[in-house]
Structures are given as C-alpha cells and as structure tokens.
Design a protein around this ligand. Structure first.
Ligand code: GLA
Ligand code: ZN
Length: 664
C-alpha cells in the first residue's frame, strides 16, 4: 500500500444508485480516501449457481475509481445465498449441539464441505479474473472475520484423516490422549468422533472437555480447516492479481478459535477489527494492537472500528468528544497503517441499523461525529504518509500461544477462574504503564532479539521449547514465568517429577502443590518488607538454586517462597507463584525491569500513553496520548518538538483524549 487509507466498509448495494455520488462527496469532505466494498454480496453476484452478475459491482468500482478512491475489495464468501442452503445442505455448519444450520445469519459455512469450497472458489475465480489489473484495487479482503467451529460428518471425516497423518498409529493416538481413562481406547479410526456436546465436550460451546488432547486437536484442526479456505481463495486471487496484498480481517479480543500466529504467514498483511466495550481498560486494545503488529512484525491495517456506538454490545454509550480520534490513533500508535470504520453509511434496516457510521441516519454533515471525522481526516492527510511503514522496536516480548490458550482454559480444577487473556494482561499492563514497547510473541518467534521475555501461565510446553528458553537465558536473556506453567506437553499430559516440569532447571525451583484461593479469601505476599494481596492460586515452592524474593505471609504456608529469582548462565529467571495484585506486581517489576536494563520511552509519562515508531529514514515519531481523565503535562523531552498531525509546535498540555505525534 502506498497510501495511508482512511475509510471503511461501504455497502452501496444497500442504497439506490443515485445516492452514491452524494455519498462520495460527503466522504471527500472528511478526506476519506478509501472504501471497503463487496463484503457480503454473494446473493447479488451469483443469483443462481454459475450465473454471475457483476454489473452493479462494476458501477460501484467505477464510481469509486473515478473519485480516486483506493478500494479494498471483498470476496463475499462469508454469507451464503439462500439457494445454496437449499441445493447443497452440507454447506451449512453443524453446531456444537449437533444441529445443522438452515439459511440465515452469516459465518455458518462448513469449512470441509466440498460444495462450499467449490462454490466459493468459483466465485473468487470469476471476481479475480474480472477485477485483475484494476489500479484502484489496493487490497483483496478474503471472506470476513473467520471463526467458529463445525461438527458435521464432513468435518469428522477430514478430522480422522488429519489425525492419521499426525499420529500415524492408533497406539500413538491412544497414548497421546491417555485414552485408558474412562475406557476411551479407540480400536478403529472410524470410532473417533468430533468433540461436541454429544461426545467428550461439555459446558457452554464446549468450554470444558473430558479428553483435552482430543478437544485441543479438534480446535487445531478447525483452525487449520478455515485457514485452508483462506489459502484457497488467496491462491486463486494471486493467479490473476499477483500485486495487491491479500488479507482477511482478524477480530475479537482475541479470537480464541483461530490460531492467528499460524495464519500470519499466509497473510500478506495483517488486518484487524477493533471493538471494545465502554469499560475496557485502555491497555486492553493496546495489547491487541501489539499482538497484531507482532504477528508479522510489520504494520497492520485497522480494518474496522466504530465511529461512535456499536449496536451489539450490552451497553453502547456514545464515544465522548475526542474519544473517537484518540482510540483510532491509539491503534496507529501501536502499528496500524490505516484507519477504517464499520461503516461509511448507516444502514436503514437489518441488525446493524443502529451501528454508528460516517454518514449517520440524519445524513447531515453538521453533526458532532462528522466534524470529528473531518478533523481526524485532515490530520491523517497531513501525517499519514510520514507514518506509513514506520516500525516499532521492542526489547520486551510477552509470550501468547494459542495451544496454550486452549489447553489452559480446558483445565478441570483447581480453580474455575482460568482466564488466559486476563493473566497475560496483568503482565502486559506492567509495560503499558511504564511506556515500554512490547511485542506479543509466539513460542516460535526468535527470542534472541529481546532483553526480557515474559511467559505468564505457560501451561503447555511443547517439545523443544524448554531447551529454547534455557538457551535464551543461558546466553544472557531475562525470563519471567508464573504459576500454572510447565505443566503439560503438547498433547496435554502432565510432566512428572514436580512442576514446572521442563522449566525446573531454568527457574531453579520445584513446586510441590498449588492451593486454590477461594472467593472471600486473600493470600498476602511479603515483598521487600511490605505485604501485597494475591489470589487465584498459590504455589508451594521449593527453591533449589533460586533465591527467594518474596514469601507468603499468611495461611499454613506463611514464610515459604512465593516469588523466586534464579541466576542461570548469563541471564536470570523469575518465577511468580501466585497472582499478585497490581500494586504488588508493579513493585516486583520495578525490580525486574531494572535488572533487565529495560528503559521506558519517557521517565515522566505517568498516565500518558507513549509509543515510538521509526520511519524507513530513521525519523523518530513519538505518539503521546492522554487516555486518562485529567489534563496532563507534556513530558519534558518533547518540548520544542513538532506535532505532525497539526504541523504546529508540541503543546505543553494534553487534554483528555488529546493526541500528538511528535518529531524533532
Ligand atoms: C464485524 C463485522 C462487520 C460488522 C461489524 C459491526 O466486525 O466484520 O461486518 O458486523 O462487526 O460492529
Ligand atoms: Zn463441517
């Protein structure tokens, strides 16, 4: 992409043609320069099988091209037309309860239906042929927000093949899943069934399982099945248009069902849809943007976001004056190279008619939201080309791993409060509040470029990972891990010999038991002479080589270690045996950050969010955001800097939601 895109989803097919020109004029007022089209138009494009009609889409493409818009073109395969359900019922998913979908909704195609694959492939072939070499098409947008699982016969059939490939023999599979428990031994491949509510899974949408090995494999398989659909569409597009990058939009907080790290290599560019509840702390979106940027270690597209309200959250307050621009620029601060909305024109009907848009129901431009969109548009017009392609250099990596996500949340016992994302956020917040750039990395990333790696609840440690961590620390790296780590291998069987299994060496400890802290009780931990609250679980730790940094100060294990530090080779490893509260963790990280020689971007940036992006020419761009409730002073370092959003000198105060992008 050569332009900083400012735009979003536009559905002119929901509107009379004679309104389109006026829409475009309005967009231009806000310096909107791009539109994402054709996301859900399958029924229009192929009214009956094999009969394609692109005449309306042609007109839309022409209209936008004539207005010099960059176009992000969808492939329309995420919502299937009615005739398809009628003619080929197997295109529809079977849900977790074993019920087959009928016509309706969207995102309910079976990824292993040969009919769906053929029909989607044919449509994409026609589209790609038809729109190849169109200079205004700058990105291909495949499907939309892939996710969810199917439990149908086709999927079951393919799953058995997938397992045969993975385990080769039934002996290996039975051993991997430890099938002697509850008489689960499999004697024939066709005895394997999908893990739905009628089989080994239970709880809402399969949140629990009897055989975690099976259920985790099913999630891996489903994620791969959807990924194969993406790859199929992408290959077809590439045959006809080898230039424009191909993406599909990632989403949620993050989406549990899709292993985005595995998908990332197939995406030309990562794109992300960002929607947060009104009460989400500001470090949460920041964490997700860092995750998206780290998937390819490249800038990403902010494919969707709401100009103000959404319609689908339990409560959707208006974005407060200034909040929209601040939240969009927050994404840019952490690596987004586009600002795009859902959507450009508010619908008259359908479930999203009360979702905010650039052109609202009033269809007026003298509104608060529209004026704010204009202001942001002017700023991005000024600064976008400078920001485009600039990168972030982080010395801290926080490990996030989808297999771990799945296995950790399938654990039965010892507490029902296993929330992987929350545990990671505790640690991310430590860096967010200190304005320390952080990558969110996979277990397969190169560790050597980081001075500090934090791997909270690294419950599942696959083959080779412990050696990789040992090696990293031996060579001088600093490593933090926590309770519920090093417990199982990649098929979810426990490492014997004491927790944290293969991480015992590097941490220099072993854990004998883990207590669950029950509601209403608090454990306290004494760190540097002060007591801090802790909860969730408390590991009973035996230090071997490690030294003790903090001890429990109540319960029968008072006086035993809660946090340890181990010198290992040239580096250090910390083990945090309980879920410390935020102040306790802050105290601990004052120590760890210092020991690891990690620096904040500014020393007086308290309650400000500060990030740094560096352009290809080495120009440093500091994003300074005031996401707090009060007016804040500009950090000293930036006095005299220039704000590229306004082309004015940096102002020494930042109002609530104030943002400056500063350079020397
Ligand atoms: C998702 C979808 C869009 C739209 C928005 C509404 O992100 O991709 O089609 O439904 O949500 O917030
Ligand atoms: Zn299926």
């Amino acid at each position: 992409m050569n332009t900083f895109l400012y735009g979003g989803d536009y559905n002119p097919d929901q509107w009379p043609e004679d309104t389109w020109s006026k829409d475009i004029q309005v967009f231009k007022k806000a310096d909107i320069n791009s539109a994402t089209i054709n996301i859900f138009s399958w029924a229009l494009l192929e009214p009956e099988e094999g009969k394609y009609d692109f005449s309306e889409l042609d007109k839309v493409v022409k209209k936008l091209s004539d207005a010099n818009f960059d176009i992000v073109i969808g492939t329309s395969t995420a919502a299937m037309p009615a005739w398809m359900f009628k003619k080929y019922p197997d295109v529809a998913r079977v849900d977790y309860q074993g019920r087959r979908h009928v016509f309706g909704q969207r995102y309910n195609f079976c990824p292993n239906s040969k009919n769906y694959q053929r029909l989607a492939g044919n449509l994409v072939e026609e589209l790609a042929k038809h729109y190849q070499n169109n200079p205004n098409i700058v990105v291909w947008h495949v499907n939309n927000e892939y996710g969810g699982n199917c439990y149908c016969e086709n999927c079951q059939h393919e799953f058995r093949k997938w397992l045969k490939d993975k385990y080769q023999t039934l002996d290996a599979l039975n051993k991997a899943w430890n099938m002697n428990v509850w008489s689960h031994t499999i004697y024939d491949w066709d005895e394997i069934v999908v893990s739905n509510e009628l089989g080994d899974a239970w709880g809402p949408e399969g949140s629990e399982t009897i055989v975690a090995g099976l259920s985790i494999d099913y999630l891996r398989f489903q994620s791969e099945s959807l990924q194969n659909l993406f790859k199929m569409e992408k290959q077809i597009i590439k045959k006809h248009d080898s230039e424009a990058p191909v993406t599909t939009n990632f989403h949620s907080l993050p989406n549990k069902m899709i292993d985005y790290q595995k998908w990332a290599k197939d995406q030309d560019i990562i794109s992300y849809d960002s929607y947060h509840t009104y009460d989400a702390p500001t470090y949460k979106p920041a964490f997700l943007y860092n995750l998206m940027r780290s998937l390819k270690h490249q800038p990403f597209m902010l494919m969707e976001s709401a100009p103000s309200q959404v319609n689908w959250q339990p409560y959707s307050p208006l974005k407060r004056p200034g909040q929209m621009a601040a939240t969009e620029l927050q994404a840019v601060a952490h690596g987004a190279d586009t600002v795009q909305f859902f959507q450009l024109k508010q619908a008259v009907g359908g479930s999203e008619k009360f979702h905010s848009a650039v052109i609202a129901h009033s269809q007026r431009t003298d509104t608060r939201v529209f004026k704010e969109l204009v202001d942001l548009g002017h700023k991005l017009k000024r600064a976008g080309s400078t920001i485009l392609g600039s990168t972030i250099n982080a010395k801290v990596g926080i490990v996030f791993d989808w297999s771990n996500f799945w296995s950790y949340e399938y654990v039965d016992g010892i507490s029902q409060d296993m929330d992987y994302v929350d545990s990671i956020l505790d640690y991310y917040r430590q860096f967010y509040e200190r304005n320390i750039p952080t990558d969110i990395i996979s277990v397969d990333d190169d560790f050597s470029k980081y001075d500090l790696i934090v791997a909270p609840v690294l419950y599942m440690v696959k083959d080779g990972l412990a050696e990789k961590i040992n090696n990293y620390v031996e060579c001088g790296g600093n490593f933090v891990t926590t309770y519920m780590s090093g417990m199982v291998d990649s098929t979810d069987n426990v490492y014997l010999g004491g927790y944290p299994g293969p991480l015992k060496n590097v941490t220099g400890i072993w854990v004998e038991e883990s207590d669950a802290v029950v509601p209403g009780h608090t454990t306290t931990v004494s760190l540097k002479g002060k007591d801090y609250k802790a909860g969730f679980v408390c590991d009973l730790i035996h230090p071997e080589q490690a030294k003790v940094l903090a001890e429990y100060s109540n319960e029968f294990y008072a006086g035993t270690p809660a946090i340890t530090e181990n010198k290992y080779g040239q580096g250090k490893a910390w083990y945090v045996g309980t879920r410390l509260d935020h102040t306790g963790l802050t105290q601990l990280f004052n120590h760890i950050v210092l020991e690891s020689n990690i620096e904040s971007l500014v020393c007086d940036g308290d309650k400000l969010e500060v990030t740094k992006r560096v352009t290809q020419d080495g120009q440093e761009l500091y994003f300074v955001l005031n996401m707090s409730n009060e007016v804040r002073n500009l950090p000293q370092k930036f006095i005299g800097y220039q704000d590229i959003l306004t082309d004015k000198k940096a102002s020494d105060k930042l109002e609530r939601w104030g943002v400056q992008v500063l350079t020397k």
